[in-house]
Design a protein around this ligand. Structure first.
Ligand SMILES: *[C@@H]1O[C@H](CO)[C@@H](O)[C@H](O)[C@H]1NC(C)=O
Ligand SMILES: *[C@@H]1O[C@H](CO)[C@@H](O)[C@H](O)[C@H]1NC(C)=O
Length: 399
């Protein structure tokens, strides 16, 4: 065998290893997902490499690539799109052009992107907001918020909360011709996290008299306590979100100090003083049998309390809404939760469904058996359109 052949063989094996991900049989359009996965993996690895060389912060480079997908706020034949600020927070507002027959319902939308990427202007969010406004004859508010690594928790939470609070004033609702009895809030991934958190917080705010009618959480991230849930074990390398990336995003919400990410990766970041919180995320009692199959519950390994002293955010209920007690959960509005089978965040969503049901909150759980993380926002997947339709139908009926 010549040297060239050997080299080609080695390269071939390396490429195959790089590209190969064993996908389950029920994944629709597996080639599309494989291509997406290779693109994401290549970009991620290149950026990591650049970062290793000290060229730039990982997220700043990622942000550059993501921002290429932004579109300007442009009205079309059915929907007027404007950019404005609510309490100094930039938002996009989508108002149907047809004449309203009565006061309109409204959806407040919070985008995803791991607390460090994305904006209301991204093509996929803009498209979804237009569709929602048009199909539901609803006003859609799509909020921006400050992002990591420049800003850390609780800035993201506060921006979304302050924009929502500003919107929920009667004079503002009147200005947009909105029915105060039909206000919903939705968000995906990190946006689902923020939605769950602000919805809990609204309940305690004495200044706000208006109640939300619905909350919709689309594959939300809801807790940082246990990074060894069955979904983290099963999907740790599944596209489009690996466990190591999720750990990096979670820790990046609180700090750039990599010691938090490291401790989280080994699930040794919670100190023994906080052991009482584990009951809120105990998958052994909160997951239905089908999702526990083949897994053993390991009691938590406690870490040093240095991390919680420095970064108390990761045990804060405003960052981890699953840590709310039942009394708080009881007052939550009608809830819609989407979870995907092949998603590290699957069990966060499922445990929240169980906890809300136990607290007597009406919940619709839409579990997507062939779903993966962010299936909704990668343009062009059949599964994305299917989930979008189900979500729209639910909103149309319940909001
Ligand atoms: C506007 O609404 C009409 C009627 O429902 C529809 O056929 C058309 O595709 C819509 N246009 C856009 C840009 O969505
Ligand atoms: C979790 O729940 C199981 C029962 O399902 C129980 O045996 C275990 O002690 C619980 N662990 C924690 C830390 O709450």
């Amino acid at each position: 065998m010549g040297r060239k052949t050997l080299l080609l063989l080695i390269m071939g094996v390396f490429m195959a290893y790089y590209i190969y991900i064993p996908l389950p049989d029920n994944i629709e359009e597996p080639w599309k997902l494989l291509c997406l996965s290779v693109c994401l993996k290549t970009v991620t690895d290149l950026i990591m490499f650049a970062e290793l060389l000290g060229m730039n912060h990982f997220m700043n480079i990622a942000m550059f690539f993501v921002n290429l997908q932004e579109v300007p706020p442009t009205s079309d034949e059915n929907v007027t799109v404007t950019e404005t600020t609510f309490n100094n927070i930039p938002v996009h507002v989508y108002v149907p052009k047809r004449k309203p027959e009565r006061l309109r319902r409204v959806l407040f939308y919070v985008h995803g992107g791991g607390w460090c990427l994305g904006s209301a202007a991204l093509f996929s969010y803009d498209f979804l907001s237009r569709q929602t406004a048009d199909r539901l004859d609803a006003v859609v508010i799509s909020a921006n918020y400050r992002l990591a690594p420049k800003y850390h928790f609780p800035n993201h939470f506060e921006d979304v909360y302050n924009a929502l609070k500003w919107f929920l004033r009667q004079d503002v609702l009147d200005k947009y011709g909105v029915d105060p009895g039909r206000i919903g809030i939705s968000g995906e991934s990190a946006g689902g996290n923020l939605v769950a958190a602000v919805t809990q917080r609204l309940i305690d705010d004495p200044d706000i008299k208006i109640k939300l009618k619905t909350q919709s959480l689309i594959y939300p991230a809801l807790q940082t306590l246990d990074m060894d849930l069955p979904s983290y074990r099963e999907c740790s390398r599944f596209p489009t979100l690996s466990k190591s990336m999720m750990v990096r995003l979670w820790s990046g919400y609180f700090t750039e100090d990599r010691s938090l990410a490291k401790a989280m990766l080994f699930n040794q970041h919670v100190p023994v003083e906080s052991r009482h919180l584990f009951k809120f995320v105990n998958w052994s009692s909160l997951l239905p049998e089908k999702f526990k199959k083949g897994h053993f519950y390991n009691s938590p390994t406690y870490g040093s309390s240095e991390l919680t002293k420095k970064y108390p955010g990761f045990l804060d209920v405003r960052a981890a809404p699953l840590l709310a007690d039942d009394n708080k959960l009881r007052s939550l509005p009608l809830t819609y939760v989407i979870t995907s089978q092949y998603d590290v965040l699957r069990d966060d969503g499922i445990m929240y469904v169980t906890r809300l049901q136990n607290a007597g909150v009406p919940v619709t759980h839409n579990h997507i058996e062939d779903g993966f993380h962010a299936a909704f926002s990668y343009y062009g997947f059949k599964i994305g359109y299917r989930i979008e339709n189900q979500y729209m139908n639910w909103l149309s009926e319940h909001l």
